[in-house]
Structure formats: C-alpha cells, structure tokens
Ligand binder design. Sequence first.
Ligand code: DQA
Length: 155
Amino acid sequence: MASSAALTLPIVLILSGPNLNLLGEREPEIYGTDTLADHIRRAQETASQLGLTTEAFGAQSAGELVTAVHGARSRCAAIIVNPGAVTHFAWSLHDALATFTGPVVEVHLSNPATRESWRHVSVVAPVADGTIAGFGANSYVLAIQAVATLLALEK
Ligand code: DQA
C-alpha cells in the first residue's frame, strides 16, 4: 500500500511532443538509442530520490500538449516539456505554458542551436525557467534536478 507521504509528493508532468514516441529507432545518431520510456524511467528514479513524482504524457500535436498543460494547472508542481518540432512554431503552447504558475523546464536531447537554422528559435524558451539541451541520455535527469532546485527555491 502506498504511504500517505507518497500520495502527496509534488507531481512533475513530463510532456513529450511529436515523434518522441519513436526514440530508440528515430535517427539514433542524433537522439541515441534510448526509448522515451527509458528516459522517463530514469527521470522517475531521480525524481523519487529528490522527493518528487512524475507523470508522463506524449502527444503528436500542439493542441494535445496545450490541453495537457491546462490539466496540469493547480494540480502539478512543475512541467518538463520536450515539445519536439512543436518547439519551433507553436505559440499556442507558449501561451498555455504562460498560464502555468510552477517551474517549467524545456528539454531537448540534441542541441537545436547547433542544427538547422529553423531549429534555432524556440517559442517555448521565453516562458520556461530554463532549457536543458544537448545532453542526450542525461537530459531528462538534468531536467528533474533543475526542477527540484527551482521548487526548493520557492520554499
Ligand atoms: C528535439 C529537437 C527538435 O528540434 C526536434 O524537432 C525533435 C527533438 C530534441 O529533443 O532534441 O523532435 O526536441
């Protein structure tokens, strides 16, 4: 049976955008061979060491990500979001994240700044507390650590 402490752990919502469900087989020379489930499992392990818990939601469209952000308002303590290509154009996701009052950490496995020029703009970055990009298999664990630091600063 879950303890009452476990039931009240702050929830970190991990949002994944289009094509991240294909991690492991998708362009492994860029994104590595870990699956999204591998990244989320390691993030959850780190979260539980830091007194947090995670929820994961994957979507193939900006609209679904927007709906997930709405659902996180007043319920989740923080959001980690890898919007995939949605990062580079979806102002609706920008506006949704702007309504979320807890920490928001943008995460990318690759470093978009070193890739094609259309990836150099993030419309999410202005409403994120910070961005973790280019750390491959460590990216999600670093994002959890960043969230834990930001939540501790709020206390
Ligand atoms: C990505 C980078 C984006 O530019 C790309 O469209 C993705 C993955 C990353 O994690 O490196 O789908 O968000």
